[in-house]
Design a protein around this ligand. Structure first.
Ligand SMILES: [Zn+2]
Ligand SMILES: [Zn+2]
Length: 229
């Protein structure tokens, strides 16, 4: 919709009309279905049995991380957050439907957004993964609960931490708040970016004993991708 008094501009190209215009959405490169551990192409995003040491059954990635996604996430985190999360959720839902990954989300699925440290949330005012999870749960008519796990230990922003600090964080980055609610649940973790997969693995280990998958927006393409093209 066009607003004559407060026109909206595309955060990438500056066109008037939308925070993320259709031309820039088209520039996003779809990520291939792959095993999130070894990063080889894998049918239906399934983690290979031999790779599945940390427990995530499958991890969906929407698009390759690129300059445009960097710009989207930068803006998404600090400005226009709600509008952009709506647009991203809609195109994410389209990708989930087209790829068939949406079949993994049933009315029994429990969506859990990856929490950020509460001090970050205060500064920023919101958790972007929670916004995404909220949109997805409305569309797929499934449950969503942001109060199952919380972050512990990393009080400083990662960039301000020394290597020693980061190592001393060990494996316990998350803690379960409500154990009973996740017994036997079919869990789908929601996060905006996956890099090495450590964060998702840690959340997964914290929630151990359940069937756990994940949905993320962006991931850098694997180094050997030229071999696959
Ligand atoms: Zn644009
Ligand atoms: Zn693998």
């Amino acid at each position: 919709m066009f607003d004559l008094f407060f026109p909206t501009y595309c955060i990438n190209c500056g066109r008037v009309g939308s925070y993320l215009c259709p031309w820039c959405i088209k520039k996003l490169k779809n990520a291939l279905p792959e095993c999130y551990v070894c990063r080889k192409v894998s049918n239906k995003y399934i983690t290979h049995d031999e790779c599945n040491k940390d427990g995530l059954d499958r991890v969906f990635v929407g698009w390759e991380y690129s300059n445009i996604s960097k710009k989207i996430l930068g803006q998404y985190k600090y400005r226009y957050a709600y509008k952009i999360s709506e647009i991203l959720s809609n195109i994410l839902i389209q990708r989930l439907e087209i790829t068939g990954f949406s079949k993994n989300i049933t009315p029994n699925t429990l969506l859990i957004p990856i929490p950020i440290h509460s001090s970050h949330e205060k500064k920023r005012g919101f958790n972007q993964s929670l916004l995404l999870a909220t949109h997805l749960s409305k569309y797929f008519k499934c449950r969503m609960n942001p109060n199952i796990i919380k972050r512990v230990g990393d009080h400083k922003h990662q960039s301000q931490q020394s290597v020693k600090d980061r190592l001393s964080m060990g494996k316990n980055t998350f803690e379960v708040i409500r154990n009973l609610e996740i017994l036997g649940e079919d869990i789908m973790l929601i996060d905006d970016v996956i890099s090495t997969g450590t964060t998702l693995n840690r959340a997964c280990n914290t929630l151990k004993g359940n069937k756990i998958s994940a949905i993320t927006l962006f991931r850098g393409k694997p180094h050997y991708q030229y071999l696959r093209e």
